[in-house]
Design a protein around this ligand. Sequence first.
Ligand code: A3P
Length: 268
Amino acid sequence: FQYWCGDLFLQARKTPKHLTFSGTTWTQEIVDMIQHNGDTEKCKRESTYKRHPFLEWFLAEQPAGLELAEAMPSPRTIKTHLPTQLLPPSFWEQNCKIIYVARNAKDNLVSYYHFHRMNKGLPDPGTWEEFVEKFMTGKVLWGSWYDHVKGWWKAKDKHRILYLFYEDMKENPKREIQKIAKFLEKDLSQEVLNKIVHNTSFEVMKENPMANYTKDFQGIMDHSISPFMRKGTVADWKNHFTVAQNEKFDEDYKKKMSDTSLVFRMEL
Ligand code: A3P
């Protein structure tokens, strides 16, 4: 895996690489809008998946993320969910810009559970109780949330990584969009900035077929089970966890997160 990716990404000079664990699609839209100076028509040129190839995504009957990435001129914006230890080494070697968006564990779990329910390309999540267990033991796709967020948190001290939090983005999207623009070395006028805030809001993106996954993966994602643009809020976990589940989760969380300075907000 590292071999062929290494080869590919030798060409990926100066690619602003975009990487997240939850809040990916939202950040992709923000990045695209920044790169196109708030031009909504240009940002509707293609669906999210085609604009920003998903590096490790491969499903029969769909163009593979890698193929799409290879066909793109540099500089490219690429999506991945890979943990640091699986990132192809050339990403580090080429000093790619990386945007990482982390979301608190409980909301991440809830969102991931519903996403598994609606996406036939992913394993069956089982019952809610079963999925909570799988999440806590890291037996989910892309591995342990705990190791993932901690790994990237550590990596940010040595590499060009902008580490963002979904909760901060919800609290003050304008401030966080400005951070992203600065990281991408783009100057935006107030007018463009406001336009980006508006067009990347949950409500507007939910209605945008180029950003809500209704154009991609037809027959694989079933939005009638649970729409991809589901709720887009902080603390929806409160509607899912029982008191006992919450206590058990918190206790385990403390242990798993005791060796990091990383702090998440579970509510605003
Ligand atoms: P919910 O399931 O909690 O609604 P990803 O893109 O990494 O797969 O993350 C999907 C989550 O991001 C979903 O969360 C989705 O609703 C949310 N999301 C997508 N666009 C958003 C936006 N513009 N504002 C807030 N949340 C957004």
